[in-house]
Design a protein around this ligand. Structure first.
Ligand SMILES: Nc1ncnc2c1ncn2[C@@H]1O[C@H](COP(=O)(O)OP(=O)(O)OP(=O)(O)O)[C@@H](O)[C@H]1O
Ligand SMILES: [Mg+2]
Length: 412
């Protein structure tokens, strides 16, 4: 059933509504109705394959039958047909859509001889929204997940972290304060600079041996600063997407920028980009590195992203990459005091005296190793309880930890 015609004023109102929704100046969309021919034209930011395909899909959703005139790279032209496909009556007067990215033009054009129907008006609204709208923030996050990133939201549950009060204080100063109070930093820069420039850190590198909590702390910073953390596992990216990896890395940065709101881009195991002795990998990692350098530079003007990198081998990192980071935070082995706190966290039942004794034995171990030894002691005890060995305690005692530590050291 044909829907009733709409007035020009209704068309203008719909165009204004969409322009406002996608935050585009409504003057950029011109509408004319001359000699009973309707014409709408607007420049679009980019004519991509996905735009052309989406335009087709939108057209199909709103109008029953279509004829595809031209569908080439950067050019699409379609025209509606009659509802009754066997009738050719007035066929040239149906609505026509043209998207062109040829000859320096980037435009969407919609024409029709005669008045528009309600269905055609909603088609126009949908087309404008797609052609002019930026990707929604939620879509950007979805895209990041599809590209192999892990996204941690501040409201997600996260394992508690203990000890390392000096390191935590440093993290607060370097990252959390600027992330939570950007306006204070900007106000100062406005007072001091001839030309305004951001004085907050843009890229921070976490260095330190394996298992010292670099990955855990990056997530913790996100939680503290109430920001999303996008964990980019570079190692996986390089091995799993061989050849495709540069494209993926570029795509990840683009999607993160499209998010618009502040986020932490966490480039974990950044030493995956260190020069490799394997020749095939060498090529791939060089290319990946050069994309990364370019993308990090591109973030200079992008204030929504702060990059955090993590590595076990800072000495192996390319110096150009290293120089992109404006602070380096070292995650060193836990001090005796840190270990005592970690033990209050992983083995709270131990009396002070035992806590102190065990801490001394744990010196030089990583946080991960300390946690693993504590876990093993618990499993050992559980087994003994199940087997009903005589004289088994409720919770592991110092002895259990000392024994599992000795076994642990043997296996390393
Ligand atoms: N401060 C902490 N308190 C409690 N547990 C911690 C702390 N830091 C790290 N852990 C635990 O130790 C383990 C290792 O930490 P994490 O994976 O963050 O280390 P990493 O430095 O990223 O290691 P790698 O270099 O191998 O990637 C994790 O399971 C984490 O939960
Ligand atoms: Mg890690």
């Amino acid at each position: 059933m044909a829907s009733p015609n709409v007035q020009l004023s209704e068309i203008r109102a719909e165009v204004e509504r969409v322009a406002e929704e996608v935050n585009v100046d409504k003057q950029k969309i011109t509408i004319s109705f001359e000699r009973s021919e309707f014409n709408l034209r607007t420049e679009v930011p980019e004519v991509t394959d996905s735009l052309l395909i989406d335009v087709l899909a939108i057209a199909k959703r709103h109008i029953e039958n279509w004829r595809l005139h031209t569908f080439e790279k950067s050019f699409l032209s379609v025209q509606a047909l009659n509802e009754n496909l066997f009738s050719s009556e007035g066929i040239l007067e149906r609505i026509k859509i043209r998207v062109s990215g040829l000859y320096g033009e980037k435009a969407l054009e919609i024409t029709k001889k005669g008045a528009l129907t309600q269905a055609e008006l909603s088609l126009i609204g949908a087309l404008l929204k797609r052609a002019l709208g930026r990707p929604k923030a939620t879509d950007a996050i979805e895209e990041l997940v599809q590209m192999g990133c892990y996204v941690y939201r501040p409201e997600d549950k996260m394992p508690e972290i203990a000890a390392f009060s000096r390191l935590k204080e440093k993290l607060r100063e370097t990252l959390i304060l600027p992330l939570k109070n950007p306006e204070v930093y900007d106000r100062i820069a406005q007072q001091t600079r001839a030309e305004f420039a951001v004085n907050r850190p843009r890229a921070v590198l976490f260095t330190g041996p394996p298992g010292m909590g670099k990955t855990t702390m990056a997530r913790h910073v996100g939680k503290e600063a109430a920001l999303i953390v996008v964990h980019v596992p570079l190692e996986n990216l390089l091995s799993a997407y061989y050849g495709e990896s540069t494209k993926r890395l570029a795509g990840i940065f683009d999607a993160a920028m499209a998010y618009h709101k502040p986020l932490i881009l966490f480039l974990d195991e950044i030493d995956a980009l260190a020069p490799s002795r394997n020749e095939k990998l060498f090529e791939a990692s060089r290319r990946l590195l050069s994309v990364l350098l370019r993308k990090i530079d591109g973030l200079e003007t992008q204030s929504n992203i702060i990059t955090v990198g993590a590595t076990n081998r800072p000495q192996d990192l390319d110096s150009a990459l290293l120089s992109r980071f404006d602070s380096i935070l070292e995650f060193n082995e836990p001090t005796e005091e840190d270990i005592r706190e970690l033990l209050r966290f992983f083995a709270k039942q131990l009396p002070e005296e035992d806590n102190r004794t065990l801490a001394k034995k744990f010196i030089t171990l990583s946080v991960r190793a300390i946690r693993d030894v504590c876990l093993r002691a618990e499993r050992e005890l559980a087994r003994e309880q199940i087997e009903k060995k005589a004289g088994v305690p409720q919770a592991p005692t110092l002895e259990y930890y000392t024994r599992t530590l000795a076994e642990y050291r043997l296996t390393r």
